[in-house]
Design a binder for this molecule. Sequence first.
Ligand code: HEM
Length: 147
Amino acid sequence: MLYIISLIVHVLSIVIWIGGVAFVTLVTFPMILREEKSLEQVLMFQGIEHRFAKIAKIMVILAGISGFYLLYEKGLSTGAWIMIIVWALYASLLFGLEKIIFKKLFDKPAGEQLDTKKVFYFLQVFHWIVLALSFSAIAAGIWTGHY
Ligand code: HEM
């Protein structure tokens, strides 16, 4: 029973979290890149990012707790390792690394102009990479659960 509950929590948290990443990558970034004014671009990005970061943090914690319980029930496998590595990357991004990257991208010394087109292009490519990694973790999970 606890196993099924963990599996439901695991899959639901992943649907919300990776679904959000897919939405940001496929819908939000193209919208931001189409915006001409750089101030509007930064505001749009920060508004969405600020809201989603909280949701993503909760989902990453839930996916982690349920994942470790599933691991306890099923034992380690190659697929589990892939999930753990992608999860650890996400957790470090959300709980620290992201702040450092944003600071580097958006904080410019006084007088220096921020090239927002370049910054958002970089962020979009970065999100494509993260999304591709997430898809491989989903495939690894299905492999682990059904092989
Ligand atoms: C990016 C992070 C993760 C993604 C996208 C992910 C995705 C999935 C998916 C889609 C399943 C398949 C469920 C099914 O079809 O029945 C699954 C199962 C599983 N996950 Fe994850 N997971 C992630 C993180 C983790 C972590 C951190 C752990 C362990 C600490 C973990 C351990 C497991 C285990 C053991 C199963 C197999 C359950 C079974 O055999 O029924 N996952 N995961």
